[in-house]
Design a protein around this ligand. Structure first.
Ligand code: FNR
Length: 182
């Protein structure tokens, strides 16, 4: 059984990113288990914690959880044309101490979303930049930019259109092929 961790770049209770993640999780086939990974409680990364061996318990639990994950799906909005700090913080926490990164070599895929037209393109590509440095093989195609996201979801947070579901299934299928290669 392969484990896919899902990290959401928003803490908002009615987050569109969270709703998209909840719709995508069931699209993974048999043999793949998805787990939503909490990141909002992680203290802001401070290198002194690692250098002085005063590691917050939340870091230790997060790092241990991520070590057991085989692949990572990121679902994120864009904040000020970049990655929301909560998600960048989780990347930073998981990347240290130096030489013990939890991300190294793990296949990754990115879905970005926005209530506007631009689909969080900036966040998607800033995130890609970090993942390249973290040595994560990233799904190239299809890219997943969900614009006007409010129109894709009904009042219960479910996808309204079969076309969107089919696209996300194609995206998950391609991610599975990438995971199998690594
Ligand atoms: C935003 N939003 C936003 N949207 C966008 O398309 N590009 C952007 O650069 C920004 N910048 C931005 C900064 C901050 C601080 C906030 C709070 C919001 C709007 C954003 O896309 C919208 O709030 C989404 O609903 C956030 O995603 P969740 O929380 O619904 O997952």
């Amino acid at each position: 059984m392969a484990k896919v961790g899902i990290l959401v770049g928003s803490l908002r209770k009615d987050s569109f990113s969270k709703k998209i993640a909840q719709n995508v999780a069931p699209l993974f086939p048999e043999g793949y288990e998805t787990e939503m990974i909490e990141i909002g409680h992680l203290p802001l990364y401070n290198q002194d914690y690692d250098d002085e061996n005063k590691v917050p318990e939340a870091y230790t639990i997060f790092r241990t959880t991520m070590q057991a994950i085989d692949a990572v799906l990121f679902v994120t909005p864009e904040y000020n044309r970049s990655v929301p700090s909560v998600l960048k913080n989780a990347l930073d926490v998981g990347s240290r101490p130096y030489g013990s990164s939890v991300w190294d070599g793990k296949p990754a895929a990115i879905i970005s979303q926005s209530p506007g037209n631009l689909s969080a393109f900036g966040a998607n590509h800033h995130l890609r930049q970090s993942l390249v440095f973290l040595n994560m093989p990233i799904l190239q195609q299809p890219e997943a930019y969900l614009g006007n996201v409010a129109e894709l979801l009904d009042e219960n947070g479910h996808l309204k259109n079969e076309g969107t579901r089919e696209f996300l299934q194609t995206f998950v299928d391609a991610f599975i092929e990438l995971i199998k290669k690594h």
